[in-house]
Design a protein around this ligand. Structure first.
Ligand code: TRP
Ligand code: ZN
Length: 495
């Protein structure tokens, strides 16, 4: 492959899509409309710890986990351990019907609790098999209050039976809706950041991760794809089939995906123990960039520590000018194949499996821990292929783009700029600056320790800064203050 003209990232196409929708957004305003659930009240520019869950015994558990940007997301009083999402999908009508069963453990005493769930018709809700009362509440009716007590330490199983046509969220920071979406060949899901609860009831916040099982029943000629490992395919009546997928490792709700379309499974040689499979439209040749996934895993394994899951690959969809790092099964818009940057999008989404998926953000304010890291991984791939000088040249190009535009605060971008330049490019260059300050050995040790320590949960910017100082032994306050929390762009770091 020749050196791409100018490897960039997904977000630039996102920004262009958003600009097209909003009639030309200004720099780093990747959306004209913030998500309906977004708060614009958070103004602090210092990192904060994970929101606390205040226990208020014998009262109704409050909605929300105190996310500074999405105060309605998540719920108080329990931890989810497992979701079973059992859905029959009729792509022609865009209708779904089924049951989501949530296994959870109570972490406080309350008389009632909430799930995040919007739209769709509820048939009934049971707790440990017994029917319970429920009601919808909240500004968008996106809280589902279940009238059953929580007792600290006790496990319970809540099953919600529902049906209907899912209603995706309003276009948010990227300029297009999130949740359960349709395209010319069927249906697909892309939920980041706040679309998951428009298609299944959940504790919709990355600070509460859980294992998942999907049972997806689809019409004849269609394939049901989800996260993890395909463990069973069973023919049902009238030529329909049920596809059962297991995602045994903790996963954030926004990373859950279901794609229903005519799709063909392509297997690649595994990389070590990692099974590599893609799902492509039947007529499609295997894209060349997808054949590089194994080499990329091999390369990133050395830098970041072992690939965190059992499998990896892409599912290609139409009608989606983006890509999303849905755990083990990246949803990849076919539009990327016309782009000179395909390979860098492939590297970016793969890197998210470590940064974003294994280590998830504590709050949405910490999103640069996802996007800055995945963006820096593109530069690492450039360095691997073409050497340090090419990498520095690429960093300089991106720096020049940033320098010419006013942009948001990387460590506190606000909901409107959640997926803007300052999160991706300045976030990536923050790591470039850290590497220059700490040296290669300490820098990659920081990344590997980050994975080891937080690799099946969530972590915050403050925890990253503390870890970087711990591993490097350096005082890095000024560096992070300058890169993450000031509006002025610091000088371009060079190794
Ligand atoms: N995380 C995606 C990426 O950079 C970007 C993204 C955010 C996205 N929200 C989305 C993509 C919703 C598709 C749909 O790779
Ligand atoms: Zn990304």
């Amino acid at each position: 492959m020749g050196r791409p003209r100018r490897p960039l990232v997904a977000v630039l196409a996102f920004s262009m899509a958003a600009a097209a929708c909003s009639g030309g957004a200004g720099p780093d305003t990747t959306a004209s409309t913030a998500s309906t659930t977004a708060s614009t009240t958070a103004t602090t520019t210092t990192p904060t710890a994970t929101p606390t869950q205040a226990a208020a015994p014998h009262s109704a558990a409050p909605n929300g986990l105190g996310d500074p940007y999405f105060p309605g997301l998540g719920n108080t009083g329990y931890d989810v351990e497992h979701y079973l999402i059992d859905l029959t999908v009729e792509p022609a009508l865009n209708r779904i019907e089924g049951t989501t069963t949530i296994e959870a453990v109570a972490t406080a005493d309350y008389d009632s609790f909430t799930l995040d769930f919007a739209g769709l018709d509820i048939a009934d809700i049971t707790i440990d098999g017994a029917a319970v009362d429920y009601r919808r509440e909240g500004p968008q009716e996106s809280e589902l209050r279940v009238e059953a007590p929580l007792v600290t330490g006790e496990s319970f199983s809540v099953a919600v039976a529902y049906s209907g046509i899912p209603d995706p969220t309003e276009p948010g920071a990227l300029g297009f809706p999130t949740g359960w979406l349709t395209n010319r060949e069927g249906t697909f899901v892309a939920s980041e950041p706040a679309g998951a609860h428009t298609w299944f009831p959940c504790n919709d916040h990355p600070s509460d991760k859980a294992a998942f099982t999907f049972r997806i029943t689809v019409p004849a000629g269609m394939t049901g794809v989800a996260n993890g490992t395909l463990v069973d395919t069973a023919a049902t009546a009238a030529g329909a089939a049920t596809f059962v997928w297991e995602m045994p490792d903790p996963m954030a709700t926004y990373l859950a995906t279901v794609v229903v379309a005519p799709l063909e499974r392509i297997e690649h040689p595994p990389m070590g123990d990692v099974v590599l499979r893609d799902y492509l439209p039947p007529s499609m040749d295997v894209p060349e960039s997808f054949t590089l996934t194994g080499d990329m895993i091999d390369f990133f394994d050395d830098l970041f520590g072992p690939y965190p899951f059992d499998e990896y690959g892409h599912v290609v969809v139409s009608g989606f000018p983006a890509a999303l790092e849905t755990q083990t099964m990246t949803v990849f818009g076919e539009e990327w194949f016309d782009s000179p940057f395909t390979e860098f999008v492939v590297a970016h989404e793969l890197a998210h499996q470590w940064f974003g998926d294994a280590v998830s953000p504590s709050t949405w304010r910490d999103v640069w821990l996802n996007e800055g890291f995945a963006t820096y991984a593109e530069l690492l791939w450039v360095e691997h292929l073409y050497g340090a000088a090419a990498m520095q040249a690429e960093a300089a190009t991106r720096y020049a783009d940033l320098a010419g535009t006013p942009h948001a605060i990387t460590g506190d971008p606000q909901p409107e700029a959640l997926f803007g330049m300052s999160v991706y490019q300045r976030g990536g260059l923050t790591l470039h600056a850290l590497r220059a300050a700490a040296g290669d050995e300490a820098f990659f040790e920081i990344l590997r320790t980050w994975m080891e320590r937080y690799g099946s949960g969530a972590a915050s910017t403050a925890e990253f800064i503390a870890l970087a100082e711990e591993v490097s032994g350096a005082d890095l306050d000024d560096l992070f203050q300058a890169w993450l929390y000031s509006s002025q762009l610091p000088p371009l770091p060079s190794p």
